[in-house]
Design a protein. Sequence first.
Length: 95
Amino acid sequence: MPNTATSAGIALEDLFDVHTSIQFGAQYIQGALTTNKGDMVKALSVYNFGGAAVTEGKYDTYYANTILTRMDEMQNMFISNGYSNKFLSEIECTK
């Protein structure tokens, strides 16, 4: 990710700033979602392996599937603790 960030104009030392790091990571995944037509597994695989690896088919989906499983677990926890579907729909990512 450091090379990716610096190629996007973000200084390496700025990646240690939580806000900058999260903002850049979110924008990177959003770009990967757009490139991959909303395919969350491919977008998360781009984040983990890099765009070239995904384009060339040189990746696996373990990381992406783990993240999506954790998202489902968190959503189920919110529901079981009384949070409404309206609240969840405001924070949900497209899978």
